[in-house]
Design a binder for this molecule. Sequence first.
Ligand SMILES: [Fe+2]
Ligand SMILES: [Fe+2]
Length: 545
Amino acid sequence: MTSRREFFKGAGAAAASPLTLASQTTEATHADGTPEQIHLTWGEDPSQTVFVSWASPAQAVNARVILEHPGATPSVIHAIQRNYTDGLNGQTVFTYHAKIDHLTPDASYRYSVTADNDSHLRNPFTATFRTAPRGRAPFRWTSYGDLATPNTAWVLSSPQSRHAVDAVERFEPLFHLLNGDLCYANLNLAAQPAVWAEFGNNVQRSAAHRPWMPCPGNHEIEFCNGEQGLTSYLTRYSLPDNGTQFPGRWYRFKVGSALFISLAADDVIYQDSGAFLAGPEPLTPAPSTGNAPIEPGTSLYIRGYSAGAQTRWLEETLAAAKQDQGIDWIIVQMHQDAMSSAHRGNGCDKGIRETWLPLFDRYGVDLVLCGHDHDYERSWPVRGCNHDVGRDAATGTTVDTCQPRPVLTTEPAGGRFDTNHGTIHLILGGGGTSAPLDVYGVNPQSGLPQAKVITKPNRPVPGPTPGVFVKAGADAVEDAIWSARRDTATGYGVAVFDLDPGVADGKTSITMRYYHAVGADRSPTSDYDLFDTVVLAKDRRDKKS
Ligand SMILES: [Fe+2]
Ligand SMILES: [Fe+2]
């Protein structure tokens, strides 16, 4: 019989820690239904629906949530089980999802999570959460992406991801937007479920108390785990339904006077950045999976998978928001970037610029929150684009990068941006990976900011080492005329947003404060200090003109 150690022998450096995996598998045979990786998400209406989700080492018996009501008998909500078997190592993962509905808006609840085979059955995990307010009410949310896990045994993980979770908890937001690249399981081919588990147990300290709303990043795309490689991600999260044949990838929800739209940018980007096997050895999945060996040079490139369904849904969503007098603000989260001038990072993707930026312009999206490059960058408000102003990175010939056009390039009078005139993009990729990217591009001629732009697919090609494949970086460059602020002190931080609904016939505002963790590039730190403050202000939609 092939041992686990043997079957990963071809996976190269990425096949870390098969022994860790083996010990977890043994544990699973004891039918331990103890809840772990407990996290909350919003349902379609965050003022009355919350999902409680978790996993357990083995199949849970009678998995359930007990919800307490002040002055009334607690109610029991039975969870549904969703499981999947990892297509590479053959480990089966059991997850549980309880939909808690008909809640009171803007109210606190206490809940417990348990099962008949919970080893803490007498003293089960207990936490509290708060539902969203209805109508025009103040609230706070936070965001970053690219979190990873605190366990440095895993590729791209860093202890900073523990501090990053604590930072969210310190700011006590109503909810957190986790903008993709959750844990980089797909860089740890032999142990993807174990990486997810460490991620889930790390974020539980916050996500069990307030919803963490994710979007898929390129590192959620895994070999042999579904058509888009998203089976692990989709199994672990319950998210608002989008009414299409692609549930869980993109969704929307409304809190107060803000509409939040979460997108799956791998559907539109040119960049090939999902699971990739460089070689030279093929990767042989565990025999129990029945999956064929993956040959060197294979990458999971999923651009266009929804055949336009996501973009049609986005346009319908934005058009409906335009008609809704109760929506003052539209905030988008996605993982990849329309505008990023990180020097060593991925850069900008023309796919987003071509497909979604015209819709953001037409329907007046206020804010776009991204990650992917592990740093902080803020754009000026942008509308429309300049054509044929980029250059091919290799030849210098003209390339149309669809360079976004800033509507102003100085701080506005009174220090408040009116995003009716342009959309502000933020790169918030400083969750907690081990790879900060806070070095930024400079045009060697002018000394002004310069960005890399991906304008065509960078599919794997044979590299200098025989049998080993490589993928090219961005193929073009442009002047980053849209770049307003870049954090050169550290790649790590968290953005905190406070929405003030204002008063009738007045203005509403969002204040964004970005706190960065100086020194975290060298050693992990729990100190997050204020780096950048931006105020967005505009007339309320219910203003009588
Ligand atoms: Fe990342
Ligand atoms: Fe990424």
